[in-house]
Design a protein around this ligand. Structure first.
Ligand code: HEM
Length: 480
């Protein structure tokens, strides 16, 4: 199914239009943010040109991006061209057609902006693999202590106010959880105090503001967020405080880094980025999205998860072990399905390394060396030609069983197929297994503790917002 250099039919020109210089890009940016919204923006262009590979402008456009023009790959078949390191170069395009100032990352181009052909990419990715491996036995206990405390707070807020906002609690808990899981030191127990998540969120906004809307009137957001970069000096103090935590808490990882040929300083900026941007930024979106899907699926799914999770834990002598978690097939499918339906990182980019042909379901297209390729992931992972009539629905057991597992190759959230693995030679997320594990641990914690729960689901800056409105405490099994 992957795109190839060849194809049976003659290659076509990619259809689409960029409009007039400057005006076209600004007009499209307004469509993207205000008049159509992301999904409609791409879906309407697929419809207009009768093609899932189209030429479009992507935000932010003027004056932050030199060139907003891309070739968008918008189905499950054409999208994986972005994973092929022989075909695309991934230098300086983690955030797309603009790049945040390196003064936000200590003057370094951190791993996410490096192409695998750059030697530092190999060293940093190796460092992250060895960090995750060295801490693997700490993940489950650390997750459980942090997230059981979160649920205890949910219960006390429900008792007091009849509702509990999950996102706020998740931000505080995920930040501490990751710090403790990776380095054995809770950030809130250091000089950073309780300010870590806010400092981190501010620093994230400084890098992502060109791509978001805060829901403010267009006349304010356009000049403030989408036209010029926010000045890095305004977030310098926050970054310095975060850096201090990493330079002391991550001593052991920094020793490993030196052994791999990295300076402590470059390694520390990279650890800060991988922990705060990649991991914390990821969990900020992952858990609310997963919780929302599970809440909306209702009591029937909750009952099935309760049975599976409590059964596996009881079999493991009442302990949450990795082996027990591996037996939870439905829970794993639920996590994958949530990542498929709502991939937390929706945009991927790559420059064509050479003249290429890209194959969609219907045609083969010619692309020139140097052109920017872009994937809007939801269009690919909700492709009805692969996932059928229910492609846009949350189907909890979609990936269960032999038939279900055949669909995993079309799950792309990690910037690679779910059936493939990250390595120093590709740009697939090194946190892939960690993310699917913590997703399952989140369900384990929830359904050891509750038979069912209710929540209200909405939207917020980076994704979904969830407010718990009620929980029913466990009546049987290891959680009661
Ligand atoms: C790369 C998603 C968690 C570290 C990526 C990419 C995606 C992604 C889509 C590729 C970006 C691109 O090049 O276009 C996610 C999501 C996460 C998550 C959705 C959580 C829900 C993590 C975690 C780590 C991590 C826990 C911790 C190690 C990285 C790094 C890269 C990366 C370092 C760059 C890889 C490279 O340069 O080869 N991630 N990630 N991510 N991710 Fe994750």
């Amino acid at each position: 199914m992957a795109s190839s250099d060849g194809g049976s039919s003659a290659p076509k020109e990619v259809p689409g239009s960029y409009g007039l210089p400057l005006v076209g890009a600004v007009r499209d940016r307004l469509d993207f943010y205000y008049f159509q919204g992301q999904d409609k923006y791409f879906e309407s262009r697929v419809e207009r040109y009768g093609s899932t590979v189209v030429r479009v402008n992507v935000p932010p456009g003027p004056f932050m991006a030199r060139d907003p023009r891309v070739v968008a790959v918008l189905d499950a078949k054409s999208f994986p061209v972005l994973f092929d390191m022989d075909k695309v170069e991934k230098k300086d395009l983690f955030t797309g057609t603009y790049m945040p100032s390196t003064s936000l990352t200590g003057g370094y181009r951190v791993c996410s902006y490096l192409d695998p052909s750059e030697p530092t990419h190999t060293k940093v990715k190796q460092l992250l693999f060895s960090l995750l491996l060295s801490r693997k036995d700490d993940v489950i206990p650390t997750f459980r202590s942090n997230f059981s405390a979160l649920l205890a707070t949910v219960e006390s807020e429900l008792a007091k106010a009849g509702k509990a906002e999950f996102n706020k609690l998740n931000d505080v808990t995920s930040f501490d959880f990751i710090g403790e899981a990776y380095f054995g030191v809770r950030p809130s127990a250091t000089d950073l105090g309780k300010g870590g998540p806010t400092k981190a969120a501010k620093w994230l906004i400084w890098q992502l503001h060109p791509l978001v809307t805060l829901g403010l009137p267009m006349v304010l957001e356009e000049p403030l967020l989408h036209t010029f970069h926010l000045p890095p000096f305004l977030v310098k103090g926050d970054y310095k405080a975060l850096y201090k935590y990493f330079s002391t808490a991550a001593k052991q990882a920094l020793d490993t880094a030196e052994g791999l040929g990295l300076s402590r300083e470059e390694a520390c900026h990279n650890l800060l980025f991988a922990t705060t941007f990649n991991s914390y930024g990821g969990l900020k979106v992952l858990f609310p999205g997963l919780l929302a899907n599970v809440a909306s699926a209702g009591e029937k799914l909750h009952e099935k998860l309760v049975d599976e999770i409590r059964g596996a834990v009881a079999e493991a002598g009442g302990k949450v072990t990795l082996a027990a978690v591996e037996k939870m097939e439905l829970a794993k499918s639920v996590v994958w399905e949530s990542l498929r339906l709502d991939p937390p990182v929706k945009f991927q980019y790559g420059h064509a390394k050479k003249d290429l042909q890209i194959e969609s379901h219907d045609a083969v297209f010619q692309v020139k060396k140097g052109e920017m390729l872009f994937g809007y992931q939801p269009c690919a992972t909700r492709d009805p030609r692969v996932f059928g009539a229910t492609a846009k629905e949350f189907v909890p057991d979609r990936f269960v069983g032999e038939e279900g597992s055949k669909l995993l190759q079309y799950v792309y959230w990690s910037n690679g197929r779910e059936t493939e693995n990250p390595s120093v030679d590709n740009k697939q997320c090194p946190g892939k297994n960690f993310v699917v594990l913590v997703g399952r641990l989140f369900l384990v914690e929830l359904f050891l503790r509750y038979d069912t729960f209710t929540a209200e689901v909405g939207t917020e800056l980076l994704g979904t917002s969830v407010v718990f409105t009620g929980v029913t405490k466990a009546t049987s099994g290891p959680g009661s």
